[in-house]
Design a protein around this ligand. Structure first.
Ligand code: NAD
Ligand code: TYD
Length: 356
């Protein structure tokens, strides 16, 4: 185990039986693939509702792995959460509605899954005396952060979108379960994540797939809002590190730590890697309540031995290469439910490609 763990840069002291909620999504599936690549490691049960963002094709390469099983279900289902909670000693909660623009159009599912769903999992963990509960949260809970400030974990939470408010509510419940019941909870606050298997609604996969099809790249407002971009495998390793070594009751920022990038810079990077013209950039109406800047100080997580391995240039090269090769993965998505969302969110822009 030691050889395989150190090879992947993962700690050895991970809990033995994990329930990974939301493990069929983008970051959750990367985490599952990473842990199952260890020679010996945790047994993993993935619980996922398979919403529009969940996709069993993300887990295809591990579907016959002896330490893996999949259960389709809703984290809000208290009975199911309790039954599965009895069979594991730890929950890692990735399950969430995760896209800000969808939260602006329809907040309801965000409150249900992110707030009530987290409570449902916390109750299962409490009843079965789990060794750990890891809540996957986000840097968006800090709200808009003035330059040159970096958010640290003791900063107040000032969420400003229905999405970030639902995530802040979730993690506050988690920390309350630590204070009140002594549940050994840890929280990660990851920054904007990109890489393979990301549903093409967030900026990187949307822009990459649009550029590959020669369609418009819709930049909100002046394109000046900045984010810290983290490659998905680095985020997944950060979560594993905090799971193994984090101090109960603490939150950990997980950010790249480089100069944050704005929307136009992301668009330029995509266009250059794809080899598409700058004319594809289209400024569209700004997102309501758009946070101008997120930026993290991740020294606390770094003190546990975690550091990102890929910078933005190498991470984007891998990402664009993957989307180039995996049209079989994203083309069916862009012709399905995605179209309805795209038309509501980006009126009057038409999506690119054979589906438009
Ligand atoms: P995603 O939307 O790709 O995946 C979410 C998964 O949760 C999907 O598989 C979905 O089917 C599942 N799910 C949704 N509702 C559910 C429910 N009620 N019961 C069971 N499963 C349900 O999201 P992601 O980008 O992989 O994000 C994973 C987590 O990381 C989320 O909690 C998100 O808030 C957080 N996060 C994401 C980013 C990012 O940039 N993507 C950054 C920081 C934190
Ligand atoms: P997004 O990927 O939605 O993540 P976040 O949760 O941080 O909002 O957006 C990242 C940045 O890119 C954010 O400043 C909004 C901007 N953006 C666009 O300009 N156009 C788009 O179509 C999208 C989805 C995002």
């Amino acid at each position: 185990m030691e050889g395989a763990s150190s090879q992947l840069g993962l700690p050895r002291d991970l809990p033995g039986r994990l329930l990974v909620a939301g493990g069929a999504g983008f970051i959750g599936s990367a985490f599952v693939r990473l842990l199952l690549a260890l020679d010996t490691g945790p047994e993993i049960t993935v619980l996922d509702k398979l919403t529009y963002a969940g996709n069993l094709r993300n887990l295809q390469e591990v579907e016959h792995h002896p330490r893996y099983r999949f259960v389709q279900g809703d984290i809000c289902d208290r009975e199911l959460a309790d039954r599965l909670g009895a069979e594991v000693d730890c929950i890692v909660n990735f399950a969430a509605e995760s896209h800000v623009d969808r939260s602006i159009l329809d907040p309801d599912a965000f409150i249900r899954t992110d707030v009530y769903g987290t409570y449902s999992l916390l109750e299962a963990a409490r009843r079965h005396h789990h060794r750990r509960f890891l809540q996957v949260s986000t840097d968006e809970v800090y709200g808009d952060v003035e330059a040159p400030q970096l958010s640290v974990e003791s900063d107040p939470l000032r969420p400003r979108s229905p999405y970030s408010a639902s995530k802040a509510g979730a993690e506050m419940q988690c920390l309350a379960y630590h204070a009140t019941y002594g549940l050994p909870v840890v929280v990660t606050r990851g920054s904007n994540t990109y890489g393979p298997f990301q549903y093409p609604e967030k900026i990187v996969p949307l822009f990459v797939t649009q550029a590959l099809d020669g369609g418009p790249l819709p930049v909100y407002g002046d394109g000046g809002a900045v984010r810290d971009y983290l490659y998905v495998d680095d985020h997944a390793r950060g979560i594993a590190t905090v799971l193994a070594r984090g101090e109960p009751g603490a939150a950990y920022n997980l950010g790249q730590g480089a100069e944050p990038l704005n929307g136009l810079q992301v668009a330029d990077s995509v266009l250059e890697l794809v080899g598409a013209p700058r004319e594809l950039i289209q400024h569209v109406q700004d997102r309501p309540g758009h946070d101008r800047r997120y930026a993290l100080d991740s020294s606390r997580a770094r003190s546990l031995g975690w550091a990102p391995e890929l910078d933005f240039t190498s991470g984007m090269a891998r990402t664009v290469a993957w989307y180039r090769q995996r049209r079989d993965w994203w083309e069916p998505i862009k012709s399905g439910e995605f179209l309805e969302f795209y038309r509501r969110n980006y009126r009057p822009l038409e999506p690119a490609g054979p589906t438009s």
